[in-house]
Ligand binder design. Structure first.
Ligand SMILES: *Cc1c(COP(=O)(O)O)cnc(C)c1O
Length: 425
């Protein structure tokens, strides 16, 4: 029987053999020793499994990637040094100059820049689409050269919950994979593969690590996309790779083709691997992910209810709060919970928001989100401070928007802190 998610968090990925360390060892070795040149040659030709250089594979990194693959219900996974690298590698593994990507416009700012600036410089075009568009509008964004669809399951920071059915159906009709960044709900609350995503990505920096200790990313392959059925669209997977003596990834590696190619080509050539020490820390975080997500969501719900009832709060957005615009979609795709992030506005706009935040004692002002400690960010006075109020409005960031990442402290203490700070404005 397939194990429950709580069990996989603790047990999956590493199973020691007789007499081996109970806890996943940190393999701090760049290289691996072989008895013959022949043994090593087989590894270089991808003819045999094994380690030869840590940029390509490392036992600690692999065990943690295997845990994440198990959590998402994928066929294989790889770790990257950041969430940025994960999203870039996931797309760059199947798109190249002259290709086109359809992306939801409600995505993390860093990913927006990656697509809108950096990948355009590489000759890769993108069309952004409102996540709440009609199926017809979504349909109209596809082109002959479209190679994938990208979206976030819950968007950072706008907290839009993805309509998986609509996006998966469109990707399917056009014979391209749906890539979903599942950072905010984590596989504990949402498993995009069950709703038609072919590839799942993560910034493990957030809830997966959970303690704001290490920056990292992950890519998970469902193993379900039939590359050979769309042979002409994905030559990198379906035609011989000259850098590996003519291997055809989709034929030779089957449901592991996507990750094998991403490792053997993209990671080999671009090299954003995490340190095995970071992977170890991530692995520790993952062991308590299910417990932590439950508390994050429970606390966020209590905090959201408190804020909603406070007359100094002008608006609030949290997909776990009944009445929220995305509450029903969230119930459908993430029935056990969403995430611990809330955005809201206070009476008095930018000035009052700053005053409120400066008055907080427990919640810290940081750029980070989604870790054990409650934290806040006021984009208008920090990350978006160069923008005028009108430009902020256009970017979907209200001047009074406060992003609150609810931690796993006692909810009463978090609310007491918010209460005394709201009283200051
Ligand atoms: C933070 C974040 C990223 C980028 O991840 P890094 O680990 O900071 O590189 C990508 N997607 C989402 C949804 C994020 O929240």
């Amino acid at each position: 029987m397939d194990q429950h998610i709580e069990t996989k968090c603790v047990q999956a990925g590493y199973t020691p053999k007789n007499g081996e360390p109970r806890v996943l060892p940190i393999t701090l070795s760049t290289t691996y020793k072989y008895d013959s040149s022949q043994d090593m040659a087989a590894l270089f030709d991808l003819e045999a499994d094994g380690y030869f250089y840590t940029r390509l594979a490392n036992p600690t990194n692999d065990a943690v990637a295997a845990k994440i693959a198990a959590l998402e219900g994928g066929s294989s996974a790889m770790l990257t040094s950041s969430g940025q690298a994960a999203n870039f590698y996931a797309m760059f593994n199947i798109v190249s100059a002259g290709d086109h990507i359809v992306s939801s416009s409600a995505i993390y700012g860093g990913t927006f820049n990656l697509l809108n600036v950096t990948m355009r410089k590489m000759g890769i075009d993108v069309t952004f689409v409102e996540p709440d568009c009609t199926p017809e509008e979504l349909e109209s964004t596809f082109r002959e050269n479209t190679k994938c669809v990208f979206a976030e399951s819950i968007s950072n920071p706008s907290l839009v919950v993805l309509d998986f059915d609509k996006f998966a159906a469109a990707a399917d009709r056009h014979g391209v994979p749906l890539i979903v960044d599942n950072t905010f709900p984590t596989p504990v609350n949402c498993r995009p593969i069950e709703y038609g995503a072919s590839i799942v990505t993560h910034s493990t920096t957030k809830y997966m690590d959970g303690h704001a200790s290490t920056v990292g990313g992950a890519i998970v392959d469902s193993g379900k996309f039939d590359w050979m059925a769309h042979k002409e669209k994905f030559p990198g997977l379906t035609e011989p790779d000259p850098s590996y003596h003519g291997i055809v990834y989709a034929e030779k590696f089957g449901e592991k083709a996507f990750i094998t190619k991403a490792t053997a080509q993209v990671m080999r050539d671009l090299g954003s691997i995490p340190s095995p020490v970071n992977a170890f820390v991530l692995g520790l975080g993952l062991e308590t992910l299910a417990l932590r997500m439950e508390r994050h969501c429970e606390n966020a719900r209590k905090v959201a209810e408190y804020l909603k009832a406070n007359d100094k709060v002008t608006w609030i957005s949290h997909p776990g709060l009944p009445g929220d615009k995305y509450y029903d979609v969230a119930r459908k795709y993430m029935p056990d919970g969403t995430c611990g992030v809330i955005s809201f506005g206070v009476k008095g706009g930018r000035e009052a928001a700053t005053k409120f935040m400066d008055s907080l004692r427990l919640a810290a002002i940081v750029t980070h989100v989604a870790d054990a400690r409650t934290c806040v960010l006021h984009p208008a006075s920090t990350t978006h401070r160069q923008l005028s109020d009108q430009q902020l409005e256009e970017a979907g960031v209200a001047p009074d928007l406060i992003r609150l990442s609810v931690g796993i402290e006692n909810a009463d203490d978090i609310i007491a802190d918010l209460d005394q700070a709201l009283a200051q404005i």
